[in-house]
Each structure stands twice: as structure tokens, then as C-alpha cells.
Design a protein around this ligand. Structure first.
Ligand SMILES: C[S@@+](CC[C@H](N)C(=O)[O-])C[C@H]1O[C@@H](n2cnc3c(N)ncnc32)[C@H](O)[C@@H]1O
Length: 204
């Protein structure tokens, strides 16, 4: 095992055959500010089987996760509360790195209400409401996911500026925003578009 980890550059071996953490391995430390430890300890089991289906996905165009586990990724998260909770927390944790600088490339000054589709427990909106004091927001995601969002908005003092709506964007989306953002798995949308559009109307 040590030798495999060294081959993957997670560990380093010195000339006396002693092992130490390599730069990549340091990302597994709890104390690292950019730690990815949770992805390995709490998430790897979930993606292990789908990783084994990658060849099948490349050869058939089918989704590796669905092929391996017989359900969509988000169905899996909904049925496995602990993994779902880990994933939603991860999305919020990663939000600052993803969205810092967004206000410098998009002019929010004329936007009054932003509707955010599929944004988990509110990673983007918590960031935007903090930066843009005039802004109001609608957070929309699946029921299991938004169930925990109110606590975050309450704690941040933004609960009166954000309406939290549960539902599926495959059925309908909330109206009333003058800016709408969406960031989610494109395969969810493409699969649904394929299923719901007639062959003549399907996107090419
Ligand atoms: C990859 S995560 C992205 C999280 C978030 N957008 C971010 O950037 O931090 C995709 C999100 O889409 C949501 N989602 C997936 N299918 C959905 C559906 N049918 N309707 C609404 N939200 C959905 C998931 O619950 C998840 O929060």
C-alpha cells in the first residue's frame, strides 16, 4: 500500500526507504486550509463503483454512475442522507473559491432579485447577499437539499432577503426574478431534454 501511494505521489520515499507525506498527500491533512480529506474519507466509497464504469460510459455514452448504481447521482444523495449532507456541505465550502470575483464580471447593480436554481444549500447566494446589500434572492433546489438551507441563511442574518423554494427544475422553476442562474450537472438537463423533446424539437 505504501509503495502504491508513493507511485501516486501521495507519499515520498527517501534513499533509506523511509516514507513521508508528499505535497499531494498533505492535502489529506485535517489541518490543511485546502484539505480534501473529507472527499476521500466520506465520498470515495460512493464514486468508487461508478469510476469502474467509466470505460462503459465512454463506449456507450451512458452515465457511469447510473450504470453502476442503478439510479441518478442526486437520487443516490437523497436516499443516502449522510453522503447527501456531506455533498451539500462540500458545495457550500467550495463556494467562496468559486464565486469570489463574480461581482467584478457581472453587473448586479440593476438586479433586484436573483433566482438561483440548483444551488444546494445556498453557497452562491450567501456569498452574493453579503457582497450586494440591495439584492434579494430565491433559492431553488430539491426538497431534501433546501431543508437545511434556512438555518444557514438565518445564521448569516439573510433569512428576510431570501425565499427558499423546494422543487425540481425538471417540472417548473420559480418566477419573479430578474436574473436567473443555474449551475448543475449538464447530464441531468440533457437527459431530460432528450426524453421530453420530440425528435424534431430535440436540441442538436
Ligand atoms: C453539482 S451541485 C451544484 C451545487 C451548486 N450549484 C454550487 O455551485 O455550489 C448540483 C445541484 O443541483 C441540484 N439539482 C439536481 N437536480 C435537480 C432538480 N431536478 N431540480 C432542482 N435542483 C436539482 C442538486 O441538488 C445540487 O444541489
Amino acid at each position: 500500500m505504501l509503495r502504491v501511494l508513493a507511485a501516486c505521489e501521495i507519499l515520498a520515499i527517501d534513499s533509506d526507504d523511509r516514507y513521508s507525506l508528499a505535497e499531494l498527500g498533505k492535502l489529506l491533512l485535517k489541518t490543511s486550509p485546502t484539505s480534501h480529506r473529507g472527499e476521500v474519507t466520506d465520498f470515495f466509497e460512493t464514486i468508487w463503483a461508478p469510476l469502474g464504469s467509466l470505460m462503459h460510459a465512454v463506449q456507450t455514452g451512458e452515465n457511469a454512475f447510473e450504470h453502476a448504481l442503478g439510479m441518478t447521482f442526486f437520487e443516490y444523495l437523497s436516499r443516502n442522507a449522510e453522503v447527501g449532507s456531506f455533498f451539500n456541505q462540500l458545495m457550500v465550502k467550495n463556494a467562496p473559491a468559486r464565486y469570489t470575483g463574480l461581482s467584478s464580471v457581472y453587473d448586479f447593480s440593476k438586479v433586484r432579485t436573483v433566482v438561483d436554481l440548483g444551488r444546494g444549500e445556498g453557497g452562491l447566494l450567501l456569498h452574493l447577499l453579503r457582497e450586494q446589500e440591495h439584492l434579494r434572492a430565491v433559492l431553488f433546489d430539491l426538497p431534501d437539499v433546501v431543508a437545511n438551507a434556512a438555518v444557514r441563511f438565518e445564521a448569516a442574518g439573510f433569512i428576510n432577503r431570501c425565499k427558499i423554494v423546494a422543487g425540481s427544475f425538471l417540472d417548473s422553476v420559480p418566477a419573479g426574478g430578474d436574473s436567473t442562474s443555474l449551475r448543475t450537472s449538464s447530464t441531468t438537463l440533457i437527459t431530460t431534454a432528450r426524453e421530453r423533446c420530440s425528435p424534431t424539437a430535440a436540441p442538436r
